[in-house]
Design a protein around this ligand. Structure first.
Ligand code: AMP
Length: 546
């Protein structure tokens, strides 16, 4: 028997409409590329979002079209999120740290119709000029007075909005309609697209404040250091308007002193980001001898939060929530808020130990770990297996990529994360390692296989492997291990020049080491495990990656 209830489709624009109505004075504060600070309310944002929706129509954007953004966290980017999805097209956020090759690949793969770009990233597009699709329209996200000199054929964001009506007849869309698109890079070659729906996005936004209520509450000032150009700033762009929290957008200034100053002057209560950013902030806190004014909660994710980092924050009175997730999961899957009775019954040492784990699942996220044959393993804190997930805001496949979809999904329809994990009986996830050998630098992936494939093209290289080496600032950096072909030793500048034809500068290995032979597994593959053991105490040269 079916229930007899109305079916109102979940829609992204309803989040902002609700904020304009119920939290009209909720604030969006943005550090702008123009150099100043911009402030306005959710109510103002909704009006401008309507103007932008009209402008998109005039640009010829129709339902289902992909519209790209290449931008920092800021109010214009926020308007784009809502105007694009709200009018039935797809907001495709592009990570400006991708290599030229990857960026062109995803622009072509997504078949973007328009790209909105911050002034900072105009040179990035200029460098790609000859490879960009000829019909791609480019809009620079600033006003007429700040338009940059450029050889590109560009339009001005504020000119497009000027004079447009501030109401829009938002279409009622089936809730499964695509709302957002974000590419993740895998171990091999091309990035893969996660295509979020209105339904998944709204459900994810509704779930976040349920589990992280101390951060996500009405009137709180929240700083998303985590970028809007990758995985929707962990969903904050949707969850904050829903609950009436204020968003403080940091723009491009993400170094410790700048983040500290912004937090201090804007009285940020809660800040979200990857460990690398918090290292910079903690150094600044040490220098100044106090945490920024009002700072009481930090959400750390994207890579493992070191225990020392958790201790420093907690000791300074800032509560830590260590979260885990993936692009494919919208992205948040688990959170580290401890059950209240643990706070009373467990020692501080035990509590900190639990906070170092990746936390417990959100409502709407199921976790399972399996062995190599796909058999489920117990959640006993000991059994270690590959982590699979299922849920309302998790991809059912990659966008237009049958092969990657088949590789990722299991027979029961669960998504394979590629992470190796254990789960305790009380539900704490512990990520042990990654099944693949990606290197995570400053919150961004570097594919070891991509680097190896390119280096193998050098005439003086017989074989090679790239492994991650722990790095105090960036978490991990790549080390290239080379077996030379003859007597000659390839130099780092030569390798860099070769790699730079395909990858971004920050993805270059920090150092090269030479060995006579690479260790092999029983099946004849390079054993990265053994290699990592061999170089476990290796110290990278300092100052390479800034
Ligand atoms: P991305 O899709 O770029 O967000 O990367 C997702 C991957 O980052 C996960 O599969 C994990 O390997 C890693 N990751 C994210 N959060 C954490 C965390 N808290 N601890 C350890 N690894 C993490």
């Amino acid at each position: 028997m079916l229930g007899q209830m109305m079916h109102r489709p979940l829609a992204v624009i309803e989040l902002l409409k609700f904020a304009a109505d119920m939290h009209p004075n909720g604030q969006l504060v943005s550090v702008r590329t123009e150099g100043d600070i911009h402030r306005y309310s959710y109510k103002d944002a909704f009006l401008r979002t309507a103007q932008l929706a009209h402008a998109l129509k005039k640009l010829g954007v129709s339902r289902g079209d992909r519209v790209a953004t290449l931008a920092w966290n800021g109010y214009r980017h926020f308007e784009l999120y809502y105007a694009i999805s709200g009018s039935g097209s797809v907001c495709h956020t592009i990570n400006p740290r991708l290599s030229a090759e990857q960026m062109i690949y995803i622009i072509e793969h997504a078949q973007d119709k328009v790209i909105f770009v911050d002034t900072t990233f105009v040179p990035v597009l200029e460098a790609l000029k000859t490879q960009l699709p000829s019909d791609l329209q480019i809009v620079v996200m600033t006003d007429a007075a700040h338009m940059p000199e450029t050889s590109l054929d560009v339009q001005c964001y504020e000119d497009l909005l000027a004079g447009e009506p501030d109401t829009f007849d938002w279409p009622e869309l089936p809730e499964e309609t695509a709302a957002g698109l974000c590419y993740t890079s895998g171990t091999t070659g091309n990035p893969k697209g996660a295509l979020y729906s209105h339904r998944s996005t709204v459900l994810h936004a509704m779930t976040l404040p349920l589990s992280i209520p101390d951060s996500l509450k009405e009137g709180n000032n929240i700083l998303p250091v985590v970028p809007m150009f990758h995985v929707n700033a962990w969903g904050l762009v949707y969850a904050a308007p829903l609950i009436g929290a204020n968003l403080i957008f940091p723009g491009g200034k993400l170094d410790g002193p700048s983040v500290y100053d912004l937090m201090n002057t804007e009285t940020v209560h809660s800040a979200w980001g990857v460990p690398t950013v918090w290292q910079g902030l903690q150094a600044e806190i040490e220098t100044r001898g106090a945490v920024p004014n009002g700072f009481s909660s930090v959400i750390i994710g994207g890579s493992a939060a070191p225990r020392s980092m958790i201790d420093k924050f907690e000791d300074a009175g800032v509560s830590v929530c260590h979260a885990w997730g993936m692009t494919e999961m919208s992205p948040v899957g688990t959170h580290g808020i401890l059950p209240t009775h643990y706070r009373k019954t467990r020692s501080v040492e035990e509590q900190r130990g639990l906070q170092s784990l990746q936390g417990r699942r959100f409502f709407g996220v199921d976790l399972k770990i399996v062995d190599e044959m796909g058999n489920r393993l117990p959640h006993d804190g000991h059994a270690i297996g590959e982590l699979y997930v299922r849920g309302n805001a998790i991809i059912s496949g990659y966008y237009e990529n049958e092969k990657a979809t088949q590789d990722a999904m299991d027979a029961e329809g669960w998504f394979g994360t590629g992470d190796i994990a254990s789960i305790t009986a009380d539900g704490f996830l512990s990520i042990q390692d990654r099944a693949k050998d990606l290197i995570k630098s400053g919150g961004e992936w570097i594919s070891s296989i991509d680097l190896e494939n390119i280096v193998m093209g050098h005439p003086e290289v017989a074989s090679c492997a790239v492994i991650a080496i722990a790095h105090p600032k960036w978490d991990e950096r790549p080390l290239l291990v080379v077996v030379p072909k003859g007597e000659a030793r390839v130099t780092k500048p030569e390798i860099d020049a070769l790699l730079l034809q395909h990858v971004a500068k920050w993805q270059l290995p920090d150092a090269i080491e030479f060995v006579d032979a690479l260790p092999l597994t029983a099946t004849g593959k390079v054993s990265k495990l053994t290699l990592r053991q061999m170089f476990k105490d290796y110290e990278l040269p300092t100052g390479e990656q800034e």
